[in-house]
Design a protein around this ligand. Structure first.
Ligand SMILES: Cc1cc2nc3c(=O)[nH]c(=O)nc-3n(C[C@H](O)[C@H](O)[C@H](O)COP(=O)(O)OP(=O)(O)OC[C@H]3O[C@@H](n4cnc5c(N)ncnc54)[C@H](O)[C@@H]3O)c2cc1C
Length: 284
């Protein structure tokens, strides 16, 4: 457990002020202890995975951040069911299941988060999403009580779930047998495609806005408004992918929020579409 720990180093944006407490639990018992700490001190708490879908404000988070990673990263195949810890990195899940000869999550190879974050956010790529393969999630509620939630009890939407105020500890995923060579070939192709179309070398949090539905993606709308390259401070609308706002090196959360505000207002004015945030903004 660390006190007043800057969160910038735990997010892919490399941005963010300190957490009052940062806890890196080794097992579920530690997660319960972290929740106890929050309860005892009357502090808010939040789960964090690899921080690849969050923008932490410059003032940080005035509570307990529970970072789910190592220790909670089990991977086991039981027949065609993958039992995976929330702390397992999603690209690793995609690789290991493909190597074992199972399809269902192979397209997640380029999603740089954890399984927990992926389930919670219903992450997805190339037409596949967690909602399609999840059969059960093990979660801990704010009181430290662990329970299993069946797929039927969870309602998933585009990049969202109704899991609410819980920490995902584990997930069961139903996969389908498929030759490993075929899956690896697909992954190599998807990886090349991603590398060409996303700013790999600049800190960011992936797509900032949800696709609004309808014929044009958020990226296309932003591009059509001439916003590629739009910069405030160290935050810039990527010149490669208009739905990415990158940290050019010195960006603060406040810079990114100003760019978000400008993009939203410009797109609304020029196209009538109100863009909704996909990235979670954290902090007071
Ligand atoms: C370069 C790049 C490319 C990306 N491409 C994609 C893509 O193709 N598709 C896609 O869907 N996303 C994409 N993302 C966004 C991101 O990787 C996914 O949303 C990912 O699933 C987030 O996981 P995480 O562990 O990083 O979550 P975090 O960013 O740490 O957290 C995200 C949210 O989930 C919650 N959360 C995290 N872990 C848990 C847990 N164990 N229990 C409960 N709640 C939890 C957090 O509180 C927060 O609200 C991309 C990001 C980057 C940087």
């Amino acid at each position: 457990m660390l006190e007043n720990e800057p969160l910038a180093r735990y997010t892919t944006y490399r941005i963010g002020g300190p957490a009052r407490f940062l806890v890196q639990p080794a097992d579920a018992e530690d997660v319960a202890k972290a929740l106890d700490l929050a309860q005892e001190r009357g502090l808010p708490w939040m789960a964090l995975g690899l921080g690849s879908n969050v923008l932490v404000k410059d003032a940080g988070f005035p509570g307990v951040v529970i970072r789910i990673g190592k220790g909670l990263d089990r991977f086991e195949m039981k027949g065609a069911t993958a039992i995976v810890g929330a702390g397992l990195a999603t690209p690793l899940l995609a690789r290991r299941t493909a190597e074992a000869g199972f399809a269902g999550v192979e397209r997640f190879i380029g999603i740089p988060g954890t399984v927990g974050g992926g389930v919670y956010m219903n992450a997805g790529a190339h037409g596949a999403e967690f909602a399609e393969v999840l059969t059960e999630a093990t979660v801990m509620d704010a009181k430290g009580k662990v329970r299993s939630v069946g797929r039927k009890q969870i309602s998933f939407k585009y990049r969202a779930s109704n899991l609410g105020n819980v920490i995902v500890l584990e997930a069961k995923l139903a996969l389908i047998e498929e030759p490993p060579a075929k899956l690896k070939e697909l992954q190599a192709r998807l990886f090349r495609w991603r590398k060409a179309g996303t700013p790999f070398d600049q800190p960011c949090a992936g797509s900032v806005f949800k696709n609004p539905g309808g014929p044009r993606t958020a990226g296309v709308l932003i591009d059509e408004c001439g916003l590629k390259g739009f910069t405030i401070g160290g935050a810039q609308v990527s010149t490669l992918h208009a739905n990415y706002i990158v940290n050019t090196g010195t960006a603060t959360a406040s810079d990114v929020l100003k760019v978000i505000d400008h993009v939203r207002k410009t797109v609304a004015k020029k196209t009538g579409v109100e863009l909704e945030l996909e990235v979670k903004v954290i902090g007071a």
